[in-house]
Design a protein around this ligand. Structure first.
Ligand SMILES: CC(C)(COP(=O)(O)OP(=O)(O)OC[C@H]1O[C@@H](n2cnc3c(N)ncnc32)[C@H](O)[C@@H]1OP(=O)(O)O)[C@@H](O)C(=O)NCCC(=O)NCCS
Length: 189
């Protein structure tokens, strides 16, 4: 079982309890800019209900293999602070990921750290899944993050069922690690 922590962060399965801490993070125009540019941000009550539903899991399944994964991200400290959330939905051999961090924690490499842990964690639970992401073309921070995580841009028509795709989005898929990275170093006696 993958530990629910990385060097600077720890992770907890997302529940309604996390709504209070994530509410002010989500109510920031910079955070919403590319994930919900036109819509109203959810109220605290709506967010609690949404996270409770996420905790219960999928209802109207797209495929029987559908699984939901959601965690709150905490910055490690004497009293850990919620700084964001990670999401993933898998449909057997493929899945979609999403992520957000409060603006105060951008530009420190923490999203990369969280997402590196997230891929290790998901790999331990659904090793067969190939991960896809959709991004607004002007969301340069997100595109840089995906590129650092070995995602490559791909034509969205290659995966017509992407739930997070909005017209005009760029689409990315995570490439497999290079064979050399998979090979173990020889043991020298
Ligand atoms: C997308 C998002 C998660 C990216 O966050 P981020 O902090 O830029 O990403 P990273 O953790 O990879 O940090 C990279 C930055 O930290 C800097 N950095 C500082 N210390 C670092 C370290 N030790 N290691 C790595 N990077 C470091 C890098 O130089 C880089 O800065 P730059 O982008 O200005 O060049 C964030 O902008 C966000 O939550 N946006 C709102 C929600 C959203 O758009 N989600 C994605 C929808 S597709």
């Amino acid at each position: 079982m993958t530990l629910m922590q990385s060097q600077n962060l720890q992770f907890e399965p997302l529940t309604a309890i996390h709504a209070d801490a994530l509410f002010p993070i989500l109510n920031t125009s910079s955070v919403l800019a590319f994930i919900d540019p036109t819509g109203e941000p959810p109220s605290l009550e709506e967010l609690r209900a949404e996270y409770a539903a996420r905790e219960r899991g999928p209802v109207d399944l797209i495929t029987p293999a559908e699984k939901w994964f959601n965690v709150a991200i905490y910055l490690k400290a004497d009293s850990p602070t919620v700084v964001g959330r990670l999401e993933a939905t898998s449909y057997g051999e493929w899945g979609e990921i999403a992520y957000l961090l409060g603006e105060a924690w951008w530009g420190k490499g923490l999203a990369f750290e969280a997402m590196s842990w997230w891929h290790d964690y998901l790999e331990s639970l659904v090793p067969e899944a190939q991960w896809w992401a959709t991004v607004h073309p002007e969301n340069q921070r997100s595109i840089r993050l995906l590129t650092r995580l070995r995602y490559e841009e791909i034509d969205p028509s290659r995966r017509p069922n992407l739930q997070s795709y909005d017209p005009g989005d760029l689409c990315f898929v995570r490439s497999a690690p290079a064979k050399s990275q998979l090979q173990r170093s020889p043991i020298h006696k």
